[in-house]
Write a protein that binds this ligand. Structure first.
Ligand SMILES: Cc1cc2nc3c(=O)[nH]c(=O)nc-3n(C[C@H](O)[C@H](O)[C@H](O)COP(=O)(O)O)c2cc1C
Length: 457
């Protein structure tokens, strides 16, 4: 049954020069974007003026390749750019309403660090922070953290589950109102409302409490982006937003039903988790203008970059020895991202694509959902997936920045608004209020005092 009209949630997924793999070479691109703070100020303020729910900054803790020939031709693969929590903290100072989601890895961090940094960002921004919990799929990142190789897939999800328990436990260190800072009595905080975690588990031993107060939205929104069975299981237990990559309506609807269906076993309601697939929109004033824009970007892909990209998406095997116009070779399943590997190989086999055709197909959106067309054609697709329960909103992945974001704002948003699918004003002040997520109750607080605290906050 199609859902009644409602409002989409929208994220602006900012990849420095844009999501297209050749974006940095485009005449409209800000080529030094990765390390250009005023570029991000401009984007954040534009996204906020357009009433986006959030800005999302993905992250990799290290460059994701050793292939210098490829790296020297790309602004992707985290080759040279800001660390996102630092960047978003600075952007919090020049914005008032928009939310900030940053990726942080459970494989290459300690839970105390993550709890502390995101709680700080949440307080600095007045309750607008979100943590995209990832287990990291790149072997290269492991080499920066005293390891010879990455944890295997199952173990990194076991570690992630315990990691999330510790982080949320630490975020409950302070009950609402615990820090009274009463100058007259001399009592800085109420000792009965500060809690020591004393966690001892398989991976972590963390005493606590956290030395950052509770934020106006209780704690940061937890986002998850893994789509393997282990990823979905973790999301059902912990996540409040899922970022995902689905190519077709059928896949999106199946993913949506699968993940939402897992919530009840954790005592959660379907609305407690928002599903926001990535969309790579190339918008034109006419269909042919959109197609030209896309072709211009495609023509900028160097074969070295295209091949390295599909090698990454299909499990990390070096494909440069295979003929560019030949079929995809048989590839072993590796320790990298399972869901993305499957998605990419299925596409190649289904459509009998050569290596060159495959990289031209996926290079743009890197496996995400690609829409090339007019504002109304793009709005049709976004609406269809939304009303058929394939998405609660979208993470917009502009092909080139800043113009890809401005095109979406100026052309597609008015169309979505005309259809009653997107807000004209923010509903609230915190990221939770705008996403329609409830404020989490501190585990040590009774429902009654928590309700009072929510009213006060
Ligand atoms: C929209 C989206 C954003 C993602 N962002 C990141 C990221 O910033 N850093 C990262 O290491 N992985 C990122 N991932 C990858 C996933 O978190 C996950 O590691 C990957 O899909 C492998 O997990 P799986 O095997 O459970 O699918 C992202 C995935 C999606 C769909």
């Amino acid at each position: 049954m199609a859902r009644r009209k409602g409002q989409l949630k929208l994220g602006a997924f900012l990849y420095p020069t844009g999501h297209h793999v050749a974006a940095w070479r485009h005449p409209e691109a800000q080529a030094d974007a990765g390390a250009n703070f005023s570029h991000y100020v401009q984007l954040a303020q534009a996204a906020e003026a357009a009433k986006f729910d959030l800005i999302f900054m993905a992250d990799g803790v290290g460059t994701r390749s050793d292939n210098h020939r490829y790296l020297s031709r790309t602004a992707h693969s985290y080759v040279a750019q800001f660390e996102p929590i630092t960047l978003l903290s600075a952007l919090a100072a020049v914005t008032q309403r928009i939310g900030f989601v940053a990726t942080a890895s459970t494989s290459f961090n300690e839970p105390f660090h993550i709890a502390r940094k995101f709680a700080s960002l949440d307080n600095i921004s007045g309750g607008r922070a979100g943590w995209n919990l990832v287990t990291s799929s790149s072997e290269h990142e492991a080499l920066n953290f005293n390891r010879e190789r990455h944890f295997d897939h199952a173990e990194r999800y076991q570690r992630a589950a315990e990691f999330a328990q510790v982080v949320t436990g630490l975020w409950d260190s302070w009950e609402d109102g615990a820090l009274q800072r009463d100058k007259a009595s001399g009592l800085y905080f109420d000792p009965a409302r500060r809690h020591v975690l004393n966690h001892k588990g398989r991976f972590f031993q963390v005493k606590g409490p956290l030395n950052v107060p509770r934020s106006p939205q209780g704690h940061p929104v937890i986002v998850q982006a893994g789509s393997s069975p282990a990823g979905k299981a973790l999301a059902a237990e912990t996540a409040e937003v899922i970022f995902t990559a689905q190519q077709t309506l059928d896949d999106a609807v199946a993913f949506y039903a699968d993940v939402k269906g897992r919530l009840a076993q954790h005592g959660r309601q379907p609305d407690d988790l928002k599903i926001m697939p990535g969309v790579f929109p190339v918008v034109g004033r006419s269909e042919s203008e959109a197609q030209e824009k896309f072709e211009q970007l495609q023509s900028l892909i160097h074969p070295e970059v295209g091949l390295a990209l599909i090698s990454g998406l299909t499990g990390g095997v070096d494909l440069s020895a295979y003929p560019l116009d030949g079929p995809i070779p048989e590839l072993p399943e590796t320790n990298a991202s399972k869901s993305r590997q499957q998605l990419t190989l299925e596409l190649a086999r289904r459509e009998k694509l050569s290596l060159r055709e495959l990289y031209l197909r996926v290079a743009g959106a890197r496996g995400h959902w690609q829409l090339v067309g007019t504002a109304s054609q793009i709005a049709d697709q976004l609406e269809e997936r939304f009303v058929n329960h394939g998405a609660d909103g979208y993470n917009i992945m502009p092909p080139v920045l800043p113009t890809g974001l401005t095109d979406f704002i100026e052309l597609v948003l008015p169309e979505l608004r005309r259809r009653g699918l997107f807000r004209t004003e923010y509903e609230g002040r915190t990221l939770r209020e705008n996403l329609g997520l409830h404020r989490p109750r501190n585990r040590y607080q009774s429902p009654e005092t928590a309700a009072l605290a929510t009213l006060a906050a």
